[in-house]
Design a protein around this ligand. Structure first.
Ligand code: MTE
Ligand code: MO
Length: 404
């Protein structure tokens, strides 16, 4: 028997942890039976995320919770009780949201540095932005190289509304940015474990000064005070930038000459060539780029009845508005323009799209690809990198549905 002729389809059949079984060379039937027997029971929601709808999410761990693809609806905004959660450190104690207005943030690297309470910030300005919040590793689960880290597929993302004070208003009130500063650096308010170098664990990220223009210090999400899970009492919102740049429970906002030396900045979230170690010379994961995916129909809904379907999903441009979306029902051989649905919530939000199609009996590979206002087209292939960041491949996000 030629080993290669059987190992390839077997690898495709088995997903996730089961691929380890495939790699171990078990026959596909055996492998599937074992994978089923070993399928872990759904993990319980951690206490701080107890308000999440357990049916709408996948609990990967106590600090990583993903929205199910089938749970994304069609009304633009992702409800708070199904938005993903990602914490790099244990969640702070709930006492930090007991008196929200009393939370203090230190503003540095301005002409008049000072500490401000949320109560004071609330008097300094007000703005609202609708924004796609997406983890840098969303889509990692589609990398055949199986990078280490959470195997997110599409659900480490959501479209949410934030309210707070524009950072530029705060800066203006404090005399402007100090001369020569190049970065805006936010520090998370987690209490760090004693006895280790804070740089190794602290959540501190630097973004270019230009990102200040649309950034907020936000206290409200989807019309409610920001929950502890999503960074209350105060969160730095940097529209268009991946999740990690949106610092929860922010305790310091500094304009700096240099990038943060925290490990999460210097080595974390770098685009490292496959097989290589991360280092500060490699590009940082920051601005998001054009991406879309289909949320219905999905294979998990089972066999579809032949006839009319509304193929719908979400599309966003990252830094630029979405201009259009095309949908393919033949795995990308041909494309038809989809229609954008519902209100346009601004360039940082996602749009819902729909293509009405007749699907005859058979198997159909459904894919979507978006274009942004600058003419950037969502690519067919992912950009390979060691840690599985920034997956925007339309082919990876395609779904295969069966119609009978
Ligand atoms: N202080 C702090 N901010 C943080 C994190 C964190 O662990 N601590 N995680 C980041 C990462 S990696 C992501 S993807 C988003 C997740 O935001 P969410 O949990 O509100 O969905 O928060 C970012 N901001
Ligand atoms: Mo993330």
């Amino acid at each position: 028997m030629q080993p290669h002729s059987t190992s390839l389809p077997r690898r495709r059949l088995l997903a996730g942890s089961a691929s380890a079984l495939a790699a171990a060379g078990l026959a596909s039937f055996q492998g599937q039976a074992l994978a089923q027997a070993a399928a872990p029971a759904a993990k319980p929601l951690p206490g701080y995320a107890g308000f999440k709808n357990a049916d709408a999410v996948i609990v990967h761990s106590s600090t990583t919770i993903e929205t199910k693809r089938s749970a994304f609806g069609t009304s633009v905004i992702t409800p708070s009780n199904q938005l993903y959660v990602r914490n790099n450190l244990p969640t702070p104690n709930a006492s930090i949201v007991a008196d929200r207005d009393a939370w203090q943030v230190q503003i540095d690297g301005v002409k008049q540095p000072r500490q401000l309470s949320v109560a004071e910030l609330k008097k300094m300005g007000l703005e609202t932005v609708t924004m796609v919040l997406q983890c840098s590793g969303n889509g990692r689960g589609f990398f055949p190289s199986k990078p280490s880290g959470t195997q997110w597929t599409v659900g480490a993302a959501g479209c949410v509304v934030w309210s707070g004070v524009p950072v530029r208003e705060v800066v203006k009130a404090l005399g402007g940015v100090a001369d020569g500063m190049v970065y805006m650096t936010g520090t998370g308010g987690e209490v760090l474990p004693a006895g280790i170098d804070p740089k190794t664990v602290m959540v501190e990220r630097s973004v270019p000064l230009s990102a200040m223009q649309d950034a907020l210090l936000a206290w409200e999400m989807n019309g409610e005070p920001i929950s502890l899970a999503h960074g209350g009492p105060l969160r730095l919102i940097v529209p268009g930038y991946t999740g990690v740049n949106n610092i929860k429970y922010i305790k310091q906002l500094a304009f700096t000459l240099k990038e943060s030396e925290a490990h999460i900045m210097s080595h974390g979230y770098r685009i490292s060539p496959p097989g290589s170690k991360s280092d500060p010379s490699q590009p940082s994961v920051q601005e998001m780029s054009v991406k879309s995916w289909i949320n219905s129909p999905l294979p998990e809904a089972g066999t579809q009845a032949a006839g009319m379907v509304q193929i719908h999903g979400v599309a966003f441009g990252g830094m630029h508005a979405v201009k259009g979306v095309e949908v393919s029902t033949d795995g990308g051989k041909s494309w038809k323009p989809a229609r954008l649905v519902g209100p346009d919530m601004g360039k940082y939000a996602w749009r819902q799209f729909v293509l009405q199609a007749q699907l005859p009996k058979g198997t159909h590979v459904l894919a979507s690809r978006a274009t942004d206002e600058k003419g950037n087209l969502q690519p067919e292939t992912r950009g390979e990198n060691q840690s599985g960041y920034n997956n925007t491949s339309w082919a990876d996000h395609a779904v295969t549905v069966t119609v009978a």
